[in-house]
Design a protein around this ligand. Structure first.
Ligand SMILES: [Cu+2]
Length: 248
């Protein structure tokens, strides 16, 4: 009689399968990838770091859904930590402007998705059950809905200034400003932000710093000594938005 034939396989060789845990991490990464793609479509141009993370998250999510070696989960967590760590300045500025719903909510969703992925990996490694995963998802969805409500209320309260006779218009579109604009001393500049993101209108030499909510305009009296001034947007990543204001 053979005893070895019926001996169960040692438990150490059994790789625990937890498809729900892997799907949660993969789903969170796919949400992040989707937000990154939509954000670039709305911006109207490719933003290389965001494009790289969109590809990375999609590839890792796809691999996680097909096979589940534990190093893939480690890679998923590492990419999430890398994104959150590398985007701190952008996250902080976008989260500080709920009145611009597109950039605010994109940032909220990205943070929630990557944090969910990281916590999902931890839960997976701890072999936590469905209950813990459900609470994680419910918490993320709840915060997302609350953020949406806050942002919509803030956006509804933005006052946008209308163009008045004699105003000199300065219109930004797809994060580009005209290279030059001329205004007479004592005149008014009507700065119109047509982007779904907030911008700032800054003239360092004159201590001018106006925040422009998404899809809104402000009127800025130009009380400056005639001359040329550099204006720019100091939102992180928008440094190429600049031009010259000629005051006559
Ligand atoms: Cu800007």
């Amino acid at each position: 009689m053979s005893r070895t034939a019926e001996r169960p396989r040692p438990s150490t060789t059994i790789v625990p399968t937890d498809q729900g845990g892997d799907r949660l991490v993969a789903g969170a990464l796919l949400v992040a990838a989707g937000v990154l793609v939509v954000y670039q479509l709305l911006a109207g141009h490719v933003i290389p770091p965001l494009a790289i993370f969109a590809v990375l998250t999609t590839v890792i999510a796809g691999a996680l859904l097909r096979r589940r070696p534990r190093w893939l989960l480690g890679l998923a967590a590492a990419v999430a930590v890398l994104y959150l760590g590398g985007s701190v300045p952008f996250v902080l500025t976008n989260l500080a402007h709920p009145e611009s719903p597109v950039s605010f909510l994109a940032e909220v969703l990205l943070v929630l998705a990557f944090v969910t992925a990281i916590v999902g990996v931890v839960l997976r490694w701890r072999d936590a059950g469905d209950g813990a995963r459900r609470r994680l998802v419910a918490g993320a969805v709840g915060i997302g809905l609350l953020a949406t409500a806050v942002s919509l209320v803030a956006a509804a309260n933005v006052d946008s200034a209308a163009l008045q006779d004699g105003d000199v218009p300065l219109v930004t579109d797809r994060s580009v400003w005209p290279e030059e604009v001329a205004v007479t001393a004592g005149g008014v500049l009507w700065v119109d932000n047509r982007d779904p993101f907030h911008h700032t209108f800054v003239i360092d030499d004159a201590e001018v710093h106006e925040v422009l909510a998404a899809s809104s305009a402000v009127r800025i009296p130009i009380e400056l000594v005639p001359g040329s001034y550099r204006y720019w947007c100091d939102v992180p990543g928008h440094e190429s938005m600049e031009g010259t204001l000629h005051v006559r």
